[in-house]
Design a protein around this ligand. Structure first.
Ligand SMILES: Nc1nc2c(c(=O)[nH]1)N[C@H]1C(S)=C(S)[C@@H](COP(=O)(O)O)O[C@H]1N2
Ligand SMILES: [Mo]
Length: 189
């Protein structure tokens, strides 16, 4: 799209300074102590460390990021591993249809498992050609550009696979389950 305005979803305004939004708990994580566990309805429970994540194919994406508090930032450059490549390591069982993303700050958010197969969904560890900063969820966060920011769990600790959908931290507090910014899915009815 050439027109910048057409890239700002309804009710959003452009920002350029990448605001920080979270529960205010900063987990003490480093590349050495970070782990990501895939558990629940999987054929193989898997725990990755930093070296295991870096050994997977690396991807770079440029995307826009939309926060429900009305800021949108365009053309953000991220680096990481496609979520689907990480999911494949655990071989989810056929019954697995939803996931809970867990952060080290005990934050949770939920997605359909299918959402993790999108091309632009990353287990992200880099931003703007630098390691992902602590305040933005470093060393490793989820990035789901097609949904409002609260689906992009920072300080990613676990991906848990379930048969049924389990609303996360904001979803149980009235935020929309799907969070599509183009449909303004901010709050549930
Ligand atoms: N672990 C964790 N992830 C989180 C949050 C949080 O509080 N804890 N806040 C969410 C919200 S509401 C938004 S808008 C984005 C903000 O990401 P940023 O701080 O990098 O801008 O992170 C999301 N992921
Ligand atoms: Mo948010």
């Amino acid at each position: 799209m050439t027109d910048r305005k057409q890239r700002i979803p309804p009710g959003q305004r452009e920002t350029r300074d990448f605001p920080v939004l979270d529960l205010g708990i900063r987990p003490a994580l480093t590349h050495d102590n970070w782990r990501l566990t895939l558990c629940g309805l999987v054929a193989r429970e898997v725990t990755l460390d930093w070296a295991a994540l870096m050994a997977l194919p690396q991807a770079r994406i440029r995307c826009d990021f939309h926060c429900v508090t009305t800021w949108s930032q365009l053309d953000m450059d991220w680096e990481g591993v496609r979520a689907r490549d990480v999911v494949a390591l655990a071989a989810p069982l056929p019954a697995a249809r939803f996931v809970t993303l867990h952060g080290y700050d005990d934050y949770t958010t939920n997605l359909p498992l299918a959402a993790l197969y999108d091309d632009d969904v990353l287990i992200a560890h880099g931003f703007d050609d630098a390691p992902l900063a602590d305040e933005h969820g470093g060393p490793v966060r989820l990035l789901v550009p097609q949904r409002y920011g609260w689906k992009s769990a920072k300080w990613l600790r676990a991906i848990e696979f379930h048969a049924e959908d389990r609303p996360g931290y904001w979803e149980v507090r009235g935020y929309h389950n799907e969070a599509d910014p183009w449909k303004e899915e901010r709050y549930s009815e």
